[in-house]
Design a protein around this ligand. Structure first.
Ligand code: GLN
Ligand code: ZN
Length: 769
C-alpha cells in the first residue's frame, strides 16, 4: 500500500441519516396511518420520498457513497428481525394477515398481543425492539426491504452501500423468547443465522451492491472469549462466501479492544472504526496490529453523537496517521447521524455567534466531505474551510459563555468536604425522625401528578400569548391546590406539589440555567415516532434565580404535612442533554451540581424539610466498557453529593431511580449518601429490595408497589403483598411506600384509585405489626 494512493482514493460516506424529514413528515405519516387517516400507499410514498430527498441531499453535499437500508418506519433492529424471519410466535398471524400492520403490532402491541420489549441502543437515547429468540427459532431470509431501498438509490444514479445490523450484534442484543429458559444464549443460534445473512448478501450483490456494511457495535462492549470466537467464526464464514459483495464491518460508540485484532485478520474487505472520544484508542490498537493491509478503512472522525463543530485540523491529523495503516482510507461520521438533529439552519432563536459552534446532521455531513477532500487533495484544497473552522473553534473557546470565570473559580474551589453531609447517616436519621415525626411505613409519591390536557393547553396558551405569565401561574397554582388537597384527603404522609409547571424534567431546569441552550427543531428519535429535543449544555452553568422554590413554598403553605421539594439531579441533566466536548463530563457535572446545590439550599431556607433529587439516568450513562465505569461512578456520585450535602442534618434528602436493573450499581446508590431512595420495583416483585438488603444498604428505601407504566389499578391486597415482600428484605423502620415513578403519564381516575389503595395497603400492613 502506498500512502499517496490511499489518500487520493479518499471518499466521503455516512452510515445513516435522521429518518423523520425536515418537518417530521415520517412521524405524521406513521401516526396518521395508525389512526386510519393515512393509507398504506400514502405512507409508503411519504417514506420513499423522504429516502430520495435524503440521498439526494447527501449526494449534493458531496457524499460519494450513500447508505441504504438505514431508513425505518419504526426501528432498524425490528427491520432486522423481519429480514431474518424471527417473527415471534404471537405476532405471526398478524404479520401473515398484513405485513405492515404486523410490523407495527410487533412494535407497539395490539389489544390482543404484547409488543416486543424496548430497550436502549447501547449508551444512546435511541431505543430498539429486542429480538426474542429460542432453541426453536427458525430463520428465513427476507431481503425485500434491503434490496428495494438499494434499488431506489441505484435508480437515482448513486453509489450506494446497504447497511445491516451484523449477525453477532443481532444475537447479542436478543433475549430468550417468553417461555424459553432464561439461561438460553441466543448466540448459540449463530450457525443457523449465518446462511440467512449469506442469502441476503447474495441478493444485495445481485441487486448491484459492491459493498455491504455490517454493523457490529456490540463488539465495543466487554466480550467473553467465547463471544469473540463466535464473531471470528461469523466473519470467517461470511468472508469465505463465493457469491458476496465486499464486506465492511462497522463498529462505533467505543473502542473495539480485543475484537480489533480479530477483525483485522478476518477475511472481510474493510473495517469502519470510530476514532472519537474513548474510541480514539482504536488508533493505537490498529497501529499495534500493523494496520489493515489490503483492506479499506472507513474512519469515523466526525463525532456522530454530539452537536459540536468538528476540529477539522485535528481530524485531518488523525486521518494522516491512518493513511499509513490501510490500503484505502475513507471518511465518515463516527456512527449513524440518527442520533443528532437534522440542521442547525432551522434554529432561528440561537444567536449566530453560538450557532456557528454547532453541527447537526447536515453540518456533519459537510465536515465529512471537507475532510475527505482535504485528505484526497491536500489541505490547500480546503484552506478556506480550515480557516473558517479555526475561527469557529476560537470563538467557542474564548467566549464568556464557555468561560465564565465566576463559575470556574467556584468549581475549582470545591473540596472533598463540600460533598459530605455534616453528620453520618445514623445521626441524621435520628434528627430527621425527631423533626418529621412520620408514621412507620410512610407513604409518598415520586413527584409528578397527571399532566392533564388542561395543563398542556395552559402552556400552549402561554406560548401563543392567549394568556400572560400571571394567568399561567394562576392555573399552575390551582393545579397545585388540587393535588395537595387530594393527597391530604387520601392520607399520604409526605406530599408533593405535582410538577404541573414542568414540560419535561430536564428541559424545565435547562431553560432556567445560564449556559444551557434550547433548540426549536432539534428533534432526535427516541423510539418509533417519539422524538425528543434534548437541550444543549453549551457553556458554563449557573443559576440566576431560584427555579422551583415558589412552587414548593406555595404547596407547603396549603398544608401542615411536609411537602417534598423536587429537583432533577446533575447526572440526569447531563444524560438527557447534549453535553460539551471541550471539557471532561465530570467538570460539566460539577457545574450543574453547584447550581442545583444553590436550589437545594434555597428550598431548605424556605422551610422545606424533605428534598428529592431525581437521578433516573444514573445507570444508563454507565460507560460501555467496564474499565471506564469506576471513573464515571466517582464523578457521578460526587456530583449528586455536592448537590445535596449543603443542608442541615434534619433535612431529609430523597433520590429516585427507575428504568433499570440496579444490581450492579448498589454500591454507587450507597455512595450517593441520600437518606431515602425510591425505586421502580413493582414488576420485578421487589427484586431491588433484596439487592439492597444483600448489599447491606443501611438507609431508607421505597421500592415501588404501584406499576405506573400501565393504566391498571393495583388492588389494596396486591400492594400490601408487595409491601410484605419488601419487609422481608428491608426492616419496617426503613421501608417507604410509594409508586414506581411519577404519575405524569397517568390519568386522574386510575391515579386516584391506585393511591387510595396504596395508602390502604400501608395501613393494613402497619396494623399487622
Ligand atoms: N420526579 C419525576 C416525576 O415524578 C421523576 C421522573 C422520572 O424518574 N423519570 O415525574
Ligand atoms: Zn422514575
Amino acid at each position: 500500500m502506498t500512502t499517496k494512493s490511499a489518500a487520493a482514493a479518499a471518499r466521503a460516506t455516512v452510515y445513516g441519516y435522521p429518518r423523520q424529514g425536515r418537518n417530521r413528515e415520517l412521524k405524521k405519516a406513521v401516526e396518521g396511518y395508525w389512526k386510519g387517516r393515512v393509507t398504506a400507499d400514502a405512507l409508503r410514498a411519504t417514506a420513499a420520498e423522504l429516502r430520495r430527498t435524503n440521498w439526494l441531499r447527501l449526494a449534493d453535499a458531496g457524499i460519494d457513497e450513500v447508505p441504504t437500508g438505514d431508513f425505518s418506519y419504526y426501528d432498524h433492529v425490528l427491520d432486522t428481525t423481519v429480514m431474518v424471519g424471527a417473527i415471534p410466535e404471537r405476532h405471526r398471524s398478524a404479520v401473515t394477515r398484513d405485513a405492515l400492520d404486523g410490523y407495527f403490532a410487533m412494535a407497539r402491541g395490539t389489544q390482543e398481543v404484547a409488543p416486543l420489549e424496548m430497550t436502549k441502543w447501547f449508551d444512546t437515547n435511541y431505543h430498539y425492539l429486542v429480538p426474542e429468540l429460542g432453541p426453536d427459532t427458525a430463520f428465513t431470509a427476507d431481503s425485500a426491504k434491503q434490496v428495494g431501498e438499494l434499488k431506489e438509490a441505484l435508480a437515482l444514479g448513486l453509489t450506494a452501500r446497504p447497511v445491516l445490523v451484523g449477525p453477532v450484534t443481532y444475537l447479542l442484543l436478543a433475549k430468550p423468547a417468553p417461555g424459553v429458559p432464561a439461561d438460553f444464549d441466543p448466540l448459540t443460534l449463530l450457525d443457523r443465522l449465518l446462511p440467512v445473512y449469506a442469502e441476503v448478501l447474495a441478493d444485495l450483490r445481485a441487486a448491484g451492491a459492491e459493498w455491504v456494511q455490517l454493523d457490529e457495535p456490540a463488539l465495543v462492549q466487554d466480550r467473553t472469549p467465547a463471544e469473540l470466537n463466535a464473531a471470528e467464526r461469523a466473519y470467517r464464514d461470511l468472508g469465505g462466501l463465493a457469491d458476496r459483495p465486499k464486506l465492511l464491518v462497522a463498529s462505533y460508540f467505543d473502542r473495539l479492544g480485543d475484537a480489533l485484532p480479530m477483525l483485522a485478520k478476518a477475511p472481510v474487505d474493510g473495517l469502519a472504526l470510530d476514532f472519537t472520544g474513548a474510541a480514539a484508542a482504536n488508533l493505537d490498537t490498529l497501529a499495534s496490529v500493523g494496520g489493515l493491509p489490503g483492506k479499506r478503512l472507513v474512519a469515523g472522525v466526525v463525532n456522530g453523537r454530539n452537536v459540536w463543530v468538528n476540529d477539522l485540523a485535528a481530524s485531518l491529523s488523525t486521518l494522516g496517521t491512518l493513511l499509513g495503516l490501510a490500503d484505502r482510507v475513507d471518511v465518515s461520521a463516527s456512527c449513524s447521524l440518527l442520533h443528532v438533529p437534522l440542521d442547525t439552519a432551522a434554529e432561528r432563536d440561537i444567536e449566530p455567534q453560538i450557532l456557528r459552534w454547532l453541527a447537526f446532521a447536515e453540518q456533519k455531513t459537510a465536515e465529512v466531505v471537507t475532510l475527505a477532500r482535504g485528505l484526497a487533495r491536500g489541505t490547500d484544497a480546503i484552506a478556506a474551510d480550515l480557516a473558517a473552522n479555526r475561527a469557529d473553534l476560537a470563538s467557542r473557546a474564548h467566549s464568556p459563555i464557555t468561560r465564565d470565570q465566576a463559575v470556574r473559580a467556584r468549581a475549582s474551589a470545591v473540596t472533598g468536604a463540600d460533598g459530605r453531609r455534616s453528620q453520618s447517616y445514623s445521626e441524621r436519621a435520628a434528627a430527621q425522625r425527631a423533626h418529621l415525626r412520620l408514621p412507620l411505613l410512610p407513604t409518598t409519591t415520586v413527584g409528578s401528578f397527571p399532566q392533564t390536557g388542561q395543563l398542556r393547553a395552559a402552556r400552549a396558551d402561554l406560548r401563543a400569548g392567549r394568556i400572560d405569565t400571571a394567568g399561567y401561574e394562576e392555573r399552575i397554582r390551582a393545579e397545585i391546590q388540587e393535588v395537595i388537597s387530594f393527597q391530604e384527603k387520601t392520607g399520604i404522609d409526605v406530599l408533593v406539589h405535582g410538577e404541573p409547571e414542568r414540560n419535561d424534567m430536564v428541559q424545565y431546569f435547562a431553560e432556567q440555567l445560564t449556559g444551557y441552550l434550547a433548540t426549536r427543531h432539534g428533534w432526535v428519535q427516541s423510539y418509533g415516532t417519539r422524538y425528543v429535543r434534548p437541550p444543549i449544555l453549551a457553556g458554563d452553568i449557573s443559576r440566576p434565580e431560584p427555579m422551583t422554590v415558589r412552587w414548593t413554598t406555595y404547596a407547603q403553605s396549603l398544608t401542615s404535612r411536609p411537602v417534598k421539594g423536587m429537583l432533577t439531579g446533575p447526572v440526569t441533566m447531563l444524560a438527557w442533554s447534549f453535553v460539551r466536548d471541550d471539557q471532561p463530563l465530570a467538570d460539566t457535572a460539577r457545574q450543574v451540581a453547584l447550581a442545583l446545590r444553590d436550589e437545594v439550599n434555597d428550598l431548605e431556607a424556605a422551610g422545606t424539610s424533605v428534598i428529592q433529587v431525581d437521578e433516573p439516568a444514573l445507570r444508563e450513562t454507565l460507560p460501555l466498557r467496564g474499565a471506564d465505569r469506576a471513573g464515571y461512578l466517582d464523578w457521578a456520585t460526587e456530583a449528586f453529593r455536592l448537590t445535596t450535602s449543603g443542608v442541615r442534618p434534619q433535612t431529609q434528602i430523597h433520590t429516585h431511580m427507575c428504568y433499570a436493573e440496579f444490581g450492579d450499581i448498589v454500591q454507587a446508590i450507597d455512595d450517593l449518601d441520600a437518606d431515602v431512595i425510591s425505586l421502580e420495583a413493582a414488576r420485578s416483585h421487589m427484586q431491588v429490595a433484596r439487592e439492597l438488603a444483600a448489599h447491606g444498604y443501611p438507609r431508607e428505601a421505597g421500592p415501588g408497589v404501584y406499576d405506573i407504566h400501565s393504566p391498571r389499578v393495583p388492588s389494596t391486597d396486591e400492594a400490601a403483598e408487595l409491601l410484605r415482600t419488601g419487609l422481608r428484605a428491608i426492616p419496617a423502620e426503613r421501608l417507604w411506600v410509594n409508586p414506581d415513578c411519577g404519575l405524569k403519564t397517568r390519568a386522574w381516575p386510575e391515579t386516584r384509585a391506585s393511591l387510595e389503595h396504596l395508602v390502604a395497603a400501608a395501613r393494613t400492613v402497619r396494623d399487622e405489626m
